[in-house]
Design a protein around this ligand. Structure first.
Ligand SMILES: *Cc1c(COP(=O)(O)O)cnc(C)c1O
Length: 826
């Protein structure tokens, strides 16, 4: 294989992609690799070993292209983008990589000859849960698109020893189990010990006059942590591009341990080792509230400093251009504010190590960095206490102090006497470091992730900064990889699309729109019906196998899968289910369209209300499913441990996509796009990207209900909402709420808690306010579902219009408007 590659190199021709061309070729490569890795008879291999062998075979296929890709970028002096994100929720990589190298079919056939089914091997891979939810999954879709579009863009993050906890349901409670995903190793990573760097924490930093009369920084007594990169190849879709996801791991250096030991203190040496390793041990199980704050801040700076050091080193070594041109060749994008310390870290290196002036360093930094905001909830904006920050990162703190001082001086000159303005744009204020303010100030671009979200940022969350830098603000509506969420997750649908409109949509997802011509084609709709039924059956047999429960594939599959959060309003969904249950209880002759409600999602371990919501769903589900009469029409499933792999089974099987957040609260959502692409109809509020989905498919092909964001905002600002009033004036609400506490549908303390939160605590997220509209939406869904033909038409329109929501479109927009990069042929 290598000889063949070198031949190509010498000829310098446009290269064919490297793959196994025949199953014989696959089998011979497999046998060889098995011999090298395990040295035993093929029939003695375990499934896990088979998985490892294929993974290493894929790596062999791409290893030359990995090198060539990096070479191409450097030789052409291409501008490269580094996407910094504290999370990358990758999902399993074997199947997507096999698809990427166009080797899936041959691998499946070859394995079958050898006595294995690929479908049995794929689940052997541990799903790398290096993220919590939407934010981390977005990062994964983005690097997938960058490689698919042959764009010079890489990821930078942490190599957590434990990913997001594994959720197990025990007696209706969520139990969090550690996710020791590295136990069998991670065949996709390559440790690059030679590229390790050191990250400084603690110690003392102060300024003193230097010989040249300027001030210089003295930083002494710091502790150093070794940061070692583990690189994961990000394989382009059937092209030769292989980009890099660089994951940093904190390691102690032997020298430091020996130093502690030579001081004669074994205990000290142990403590040192442990404190270092803790930095990259756990992923924080919540992306909106922080605890264990000091360690989290250490993680952020560790990632940032290691990443920035390696980029600058790469630039100096390979680009050999002056630092003043840095931003012409290197771009850093920060996914939310967790990596916002790239700004003072660039300043530190430019000034302290490269000798640039403040103004020079600042200019390059701002030109280098771009920022994506992910939340409108002010309470979720990241802030750090200054005393903690200062003790952990003294040199970085000095830079922030200087930055803040220069900035506020300017603001106070422009807006004399307006301390409210100063407060709303300050980096340091009220004893805290304001990371979002730092991110806007120290970057050339700030974007939200859906139109409504970007507008709210300008109008309210970051309004004062917007007035200072109006041209920096923009919108980039999120997207999802249609490769993972359609081609890979739903091969049945992908095959039908290929048959109907050809395969051009694989490379140009906007061409899914060609399907519009078939949305009234009876034979196409019949086949679409067949695909959906098949996917519902696949989900059904998965549930039967995993949990021994059976579901009615003729019922409407109504799915709400996402993190459990009050603003996402799983409570609204469950309250409606209780309403249906109460009506069925009250009237034994009542018949309703059969429905199966699926829930899935993790609650942050420290988020009590969210955990209670899970408990409520679990209890309601048992109560309803155990009712022999009612469970023929109504079933509720809480599926444990929602992650990317489970999502790949659920999205294709859904008829209805529940996107029911309180309007104005969900920045974008991306689950909504995965459902749409798989032909589900959105039942949603005017929030996040739901608005843009609706604009594309029209009201005939989705069901929108409820309060609008401006009305919600109005209530928050001016008051005037009383859930008691809604309760008293609406009979359906009264009946279902009363049933929670009068024992008529069962008796559980959790029902009392729900009652209390909605009535006694005035229903912060407007569940009761939107209840009637939501019931109307549910009725509308049933009404439409009963007309099979028109439902399938709507489903087809959703698929046809989903190409816009491919992350390829999103990445093209970032590339054109923010990064100024283009594709590079490898
Ligand atoms: C897409 C995705 C999310 C985000 O879902 P939202 O509905 O947008 O909140 C979260 N978790 C996983 C595993 C996902 O695949």
């Amino acid at each position: 294989m290598h000889r063949q590659m070198q031949g190509h190199l010498k000829r310098g021709l446009e290269r064919e992609m490297k793959t196994w061309h025949t199953k014989e070729e696959f089998k011979s490569a497999f046998t060889k690799k098995a011999g090298i890795l395990y040295d035993k008879e093929l029939h003695d291999l375990t499934r896990s070993e088979v998985y490892q062998i294929i993974a290493y075979m894929v790596r062999d296929l791409v290893s030359d292209n990995w090198i060539r890709t990096n070479k191409a970028y450097v030789e052409k002096k291409t501008k490269q983008i580094y996407y910094f994100s504290i999370e990358f929720l990758l999902g399993r990589l074997l199947e997507s990589n096999l698809i990427g190298v166009d080797g899936e079919a041959v691998c499946r056939e070859g394995l079958r000859d050898l006595g294995w089914e690929l479908a049995d091997i794929l689940p052997e891979e541990r799903d790398p849960g290096l993220g919590n939810g939407g934010l981390g999954r977005l990062a994964a879709c983005f690097i997938d698109s960058l490689a698919a579009l042959q764009m010079p863009g890489h990821g930078c993050s942490l190599r957590y020893q434990y990913g997001l906890f594994k959720q197990k349901m025990v007696d209706d409670y969520q139990v969090e189990l550690p996710d020791n995903w590295l136990v069998n190793g991670f065949p996709w990573e390559v440790k690059r010990a030679d590229k390790a760097v050191h990250v400084a924490f603690c110690g003392n930093a102060y300024m003193r006059p230097a010989d040249n009369g300027e001030l210089e920084c003295v930083y002494e007594g710091a502790s150093y942590v070794r940061a070692v990169p583990y690189d994961v190849p990000i394989i382009g879709y059937r092209n030769n591009t292989v980009n890099t996801l660089r994951l940093w791991r904190a390691e102690y250096s032997r020298d430091d341990v020996y130093r502690e030991l030579s001081l004669g203190d074994r205990h000290q040496a142990f403590l040192y080792k442990d404190s270092v390793q803790r930095i990259s041990r756990f992923l924080y199980p919540d992306d909106s509230t922080e605890d264990g704050r000091r360690l989290r801040l250490m993680q952020e700076y560790f990632m940032v400093s290691a990443g920035v050091q390696s980029i600058i080193r790469h630039y100096k070594k390979k680009y050999k251009a002056p630092l003043t041109a840095f931003a012409d060749y290197m771009g850093i994008h920060i996914n939310d504010t967790h990596p916002a310390l790239v700004i003072p870290e660039l300043m530190r290196i430019f000034m302290d190590e490269e000798g640039l002036s403040w103004n020079q360093a600042w200019q390059i930094t701002v030109r280098t960095v771009a920022y994506t905001n992910h939340t409108v909830l002010p309470e979720a904006l990241e802030r750090w206490s200054i005393p903690m920050f200062k003790s952990l990162l003294p040199r970085i703190y000095l830079i922030l102090e200087e930055l803040n001082e220069r900035w506020l001086k300017k603001v106070r000159t422009l807006y004399p006497g307006d301390e409210g303005k100063a407060r709303d744009v300050a980096v340091l204020w009220g004893g805290q470091v304001h990371m979002a303010h730092l991110a806007v100030l120290g970057s050339h671009s700030t974007n939200g992730v859906a139109e409504i979200h970007s507008q709210i940022l300008k109008d309210s969350t970051l309004h004062q900064l917007y007035t200072c830098f109006p041209s920096r603000f923009g919108n980039k509506t999120n997207g999802i990889s249609h490769r993972r969420w359609l081609i890979q997750a739903n091969p049945q649908l992908a095959a039908l699309l290929d048959d109907t409109i050809g395969t051009d949509w694989h490379g140009s997802p906007e061409r899914l729109e060609e399907l519009m011509a078939y949305c009234n084609d009876a034979s196409f709709l019949e086949r679409l019906d067949g695909v959906k039924r098949e996917r519902k059956r696949i989900l059904g047999s998965y549930l039967l196998k995993q949990y021994g429960v059976s579901v009615d594939v003729d019922s409407i599959f109504d799915v709400q899968i996402k993190r459990i959060h009050l603003y996402k309003r799983q409570l609204l969904n469950i309250l409606h289910i209780l309403h249906l249950y109460r009506r069925l209880k009250d009237d034994p002759s009542l018949v309703i369209a059969p429905r199966t409600y699926f829930f899935g999602g993790k609650a942050a371990a420290s988020y009590d209300e969210a955990k209670q919501t899970i408990r409520l769903i679990s209890i309601v589900s048992r109560m309803i499913n155990d009712d022999r009469r009612i469970s023929k029409m109504l079933r509720v499933m809480f599926l444990e441990n929602y992650n990317v792999s489970l999502g790949q089974i659920l999205f294709p099987a859904a008829d209805v996509s529940e996107q029911i957040s309180t309007a104005g609260k969900e920045a974008s959502g991306t689950g909504n796009m995965k459902f749409m692409m798989n032909g589900a109809l959105t039942l949603g509020t005017m929030d996040g990207a739901n608005i843009e989905i609706r604009r594309r498919v029209g009201d005939e092909n989705c069901v929108i209900f409820g309060l609008r964001a401006d009305a919600v905002m109005n209530y928050y600002i001016h008051g005037g909402y009383s859930s008691w009033e809604v309760y008293s004036s609406d009979e359906n609400i009264r009946k279902v709420m009363d049933s929670l506490i009068n024992g008529s549908i069962g008796d559980h303390e959790i029902f009392g808690m729900l009652y209390e939160s909605l009535l006694d605590r005035n229903d912060e997220y407007f569940v009761l306010k939107d209840f009637e509209a939501y019931c109307g939406g549910q009725r509308e869904i049933v009404r439409r579902y009963k007309n099979r033909r028109s439902w399938l038409h709507s489903s087809a329109v959703n698929i046809a219009q989903s190409g816009y929501f491919s992350s390829d479109r999103t990445i093209r927009q970032y590339a054109a408007d923010i990064w100024h990069i283009q594709g590079v042929k490898v």
